[in-house]
Design a protein around this ligand. Sequence first.
Ligand SMILES: Cc1ncc(COP(=O)(O)O)c(C=O)c1O
Length: 404
Amino acid sequence: MPLFDPTAFRREFSCFSSSDMLGIYLDNAATTQLPDEVVQTLVSYYQQGRSNVHRSSSLLANQVTIAFEQARTTVAAWLGADTEQLIWTSGSTDGLNRIASGLTGQFQENQAIIVSALEHHANLIPWQQVCQQNNLQLLIIPTTEAGDLDLTQFEYLLNTHSVALVACCHVANSLGTHNNVALISKLSHQYGALCVIDGAQAVAHLDVDIKQLDCDAYVFSGHKMYAPTGIGALIGRIDFLERLTPTRFGGEMVREVGYYNASYRELPYRLEPGTPNIDGALALAQAVTFIRRWHAGRHDYEQNLLNYTIAQLAAIDGVKLVATPLQQCAVIAFEVIDVHPFDITSWLNEQQIAIRCGYHCAMPITKALTRYGSIRVSLASYNTQSDIDLFIQTLQQAIDINRL
Ligand SMILES: Cc1ncc(COP(=O)(O)O)c(C=O)c1O
């Protein structure tokens, strides 16, 4: 297998050579940069004429409709799903909210919903609301000291409550914990609960096969995986999608004329009212094609870079890693003893190193494990060892200055 070449990969992103602002970009869990071919997909769509989909029989409309549905197939197949299992969304928050709202009214009063202590707001607040509105209990899977989910406690919760649904992240955006979601899904089903997985921080880094995970639904955002903002997907088992009540109505893709025999009563169109984000869908499919082309050796490269970064950080006097999970993916959280995270990131940001501090939309866990929030490094495949070396050198300066 040829080794992944980060320099060649990085050359696919001309933003790194054309932007004065980009510097060393280590905030990929927030959003990633776009490869040129994804930008070009958007440009071509705008320059060559746009159309709506499923609504007209013009040559252009038919072509765009075919490309749009092909994009659905490309993205679904990438994650091991069938075409009709994929609902376009605007991102993970949208997908999770649509699931939570779409299931409202289907739970019984004495039931419980389980989330984990590692969740991003987007996979916590919607379930809190469902619980409040339906008189359900919200239970939390705790973490171990290392930042892993305590699966013994999870089984205990399943055993001692009537659990309707489990919602859990694949990779935690705050600590980088890579959860065993296949096991979480299996246990959920053993106890008769549905299982929803938030894949926002996973799909850019891991090989995801939804059939293997055997969850009921999986959501992710395009902008965290080399695609534009405003597009994402919810992939579900057909029987699960059929249970969802649409949260918005009107303008579903009713085939009046045109190439596809789509009906608003059928999946996936039943859950896609209004004109979809066509350009986003085409660009997301292009990002998938791009990612697939760079598959060989890319995951190993990222893992090695992550391990290298962890080792470099751990060697700095005063740096404390917030978590050391058994399996970690792309994200590292740390603190500097006796220095406020904001003072560190301010210096780094001034030196053109994009890195972030705070609670990372995962307030409960970050508050529990840190004093003032964490400093978060998040990697993508275009990051190189020299990015990390410069970051570490600048971090050392930030620490020295703040300790004067
Ligand atoms: C784990 C996780 N879930 C959900 C989200 C929300 O994603 P979006 O803002 O794209 O909807 C994020 C964003 O950071 C995330 O990291």
